[in-house]
Design a protein around this ligand. Structure first.
Ligand code: PBG
Length: 323
């Protein structure tokens, strides 16, 4: 035998020397949830270890994450049911909890990167990402609402917006709206290949944002499709996206790798709430080693080609004493 692959596995030093991918906290973006009120944090029951914070406590949480080396965050709001309506008009109201949070976070932590969410569902009484009429999700009518939201966020200090809605043409529409409003430096992380997935369940618990009727299959992608992700990627790239995102991550590693090979833009992957919940649930039952399963799944996302990993594990990862 001339080739014996085991020779390069025989000691920890050699294994480390030939290691092709290594995780760093710098790869990660930590999603956070904000809610109205004061001095309160509520654990999300389907996401052990993840909380909704009122803004005062959220600022303290970000500070502790920054001390651990986390540089990058994503933010989502939980909006009281009484403020939701069919047009998501709360979403761009001055001083709403989300806009206020963006303002305070960017004032207090100018050095971090904060991805701010552009989508109607947290504010929609229908729980959908677009305007609903007669049971249909309207596309073109939704775009101006998204643009108002994006501009309100940019005015509050956002430097990176994440349209998570999957309406056609929204990246180009938002790019133009931001440019015309003088925000040509605000970037767009496009949710490019966002699939209609069962793995969003715990996130919808966190936001109380589940659709009130039907599902999201007329706008989010069919999990059976791979080539269609290339169409979405080409469009987002032509429309001016700065990042392409694949979501969820673990069940879609092939899509991450496909986009990586077919685009020169940085690729992000969203290791979503259900993927987090599965590892946590199994670990709490003593069925798997949670820490090792976390590291292995994060590594698989990086190996597939993601340069940015949005993950609820970011803080836990940052707290590990890795050599
Ligand atoms: C909706 C949105 C969803 C997530 C982020 N933005 C869920 C959905 O499409 O219903 C899911 C994130 C997660 O599960 O962690 N705009």
């Amino acid at each position: 035998m001339l080739q014996r692959p085991r020779r390069n596995r025989q000691s920890a030093v050699i294994r480390s020397m030939v290691e092709e991918n290594r995780l760093s906290v710098k790869d990660m973006m930590f999603p956070l949830f904000v809610m109205e009120g004061q001095k309160t944090q509520t654990e999300i029951s389907s996401m052990p270890g993840i909380y909704r914070f009122t803004l005062d406590l959220l600022l303290a949480e970000i500070e502790s994450c920054v001390k651990l080396g986390i540089q990058s965050f994503a933010l989502f709001p939980q909006i009281p049911e009484s403020k939701k309506d069919s047009m998501a008009s709360e979403s761009y109201k001055k001083g709403n909890i989300y806009i206020e949070s963006i303002y305070q976070i960017s004032q207090r932590f100018p050095e971090i990167s904060l991805l701010t969410d552009v989508a109607m569902d947290p504010y929609s009484s229908d729980g959908h990402d677009g305007i609903v009429q007669d049971g249909q999700i309207l596309n073109d009518e939704t775009l101006p609402v998204l643009a108002k939201m994006a501009i309100a966020q940019a005015q509050a200090g956002s430097k990176l917006i994440g349209p998570s809605d999957m309406m056609d043409g929204r990246v180009g529409f938002l790019r133009q709206a931001l440019d015309e409003a003088g925000f040509s430096q605000v970037g767009i992380m496009a949710y490019t290949a966002k699939y209609a997935s069962a793995f969003y369940g715990p996130f919808r618990d966190a936001l109380e944002s589940a659709p009130k009727f039907g599902d999201k299959k007329t706008y989010q992608m069919n999990p059976a499709n791979r080539r269609e992700a290339l169409i979405e990627a080409e469009l987002d790239e032509m429309e001016g996206a700065d990042f392409l995102m694949v979501k969820p991550a673990l069940a879609y590693l092939d899509i991450i790798s496909l986009l990586k090979e077919n685009s020169h833009l940085p690729i992000a992957a969203y290791n979503v709430s259900g993927e987090y919940a599965m590892v946590k649930a199994a670990a709490q039952n003593g069925w798997i080693d949670g820490e090792k399963a976390m590291l292995e799944s994060l590594l698989s996302i990086k190996r597939a080609g993601a340069q940015v990993i949005l993950t609820y594990f970011a803080k836990e990862f940052a707290q590990l004493k890795l050599a």
